[in-house]
Design a binder for this molecule. Structure first.
Ligand SMILES: *Cc1c(COP(=O)(O)O)cnc(C)c1O
Length: 232
């Protein structure tokens, strides 16, 4: 298993580098978040031992279980899924949960601010944008994003570092390009209004190369690293 995982990691890193080269981008400005949901911690351990610096989970309970099993490993986490307000406190207590990538409502923002204050930290977040206006997805609507950023800027214990999106799956990843392009535009527009957004988290197994060509600074990759998820 270990050999196969390392081979997959090398392949993903190569593909990231090649996509960056095509877009004349510095590959050092693209970070990999390895999303290990539904996979055992043994795989996370292998990747952690072989240079992967960030891991993502989309469920708080699973993240807490894994953190407990990986206590000695010094894993750095990003939370990437829809976050219920009553679970925020658990993330705020984990000093190695470095970012919430999925801020998708004002009420969640207020709860993060409150719990961050209580834990004496300032929480880095990304604002999740529903760029495809998909009924089945979470996220702030694109046309509401600038107003939302302005409101969140008033919360002392939240630091918005950028934007994140999950685009609809497309057989041909080229079809996702317009969405990624719109995300880049939105980030540029925000920055021209005085915000300081550095990160664009976009692109998953199916479409991360297109996302990188359009400006992704964080790619969240599960299947291409861990293999198929086993949902029983
Ligand atoms: C599962 C998940 C990913 C990774 O998906 P793959 O297609 O397996 O690479 C990325 N982002 C989020 C928010 C996820 O839930």
């Amino acid at each position: 298993m270990k050999k196969e995982l390392i081979a997959r990691l090398n392949r993903v890193n190569d593909r990231i580098r090649m996509a960056a080269a095509r877009a004349n981008r510095n590959p050092a400005r693209i970070r990999l978040v390895a999303v290990g949901k539904n996979h055992p911690v043994s795989k996370i351990k292998v990747f952690n031992d072989h240079g992967v610096e960030l891991f993502g989970e989309n469920r708080v309970q699973e993240l807490r279980d894994k953190q407990k099993q990986l206590e000695d490993e010094q894993i750095k986490w990003h939370f990437v899924g829809h976050l219920q307000r009553n679970k925020v406190k658990y993330l705020m207590r984990m000093s190695n949960c470095l970012m919430i990538e999925s801020l998708d409502s004002w009420r969640l923002a207020r709860e993060i601010d409150k719990r961050a204050r209580r834990n004496n930290r300032k929480m880095p977040v990304l604002v999740e944008v529903n760029i495809a206006r998909d009924q089945n997805k979470y996220g702030i609507m694109p046309e509401e994003t600038l107003d939302f950023l302005k409101e969140v800027a008033g919360l002392e214990k939240i630091k918005v570092r950028g934007l994140m999106t999950v685009v609809p799956y497309a057989e041909d990843p080229e079809q996702t390009r317009p969405y990624f392009h719109q995300m880049s535009d939105l980030k540029d527009r925000a920055n021209s209004r005085g915000f300081e957004l550095e990160e664009l988290s976009m692109g998953m197994t199916n479409d991360f190369e297109v996302a990188i060509e359009e400006g992704a600074t964080i790619v969240r990759i599960g299947t291409a690293l861990f293999g198929k998820r086993d949902y029983e």
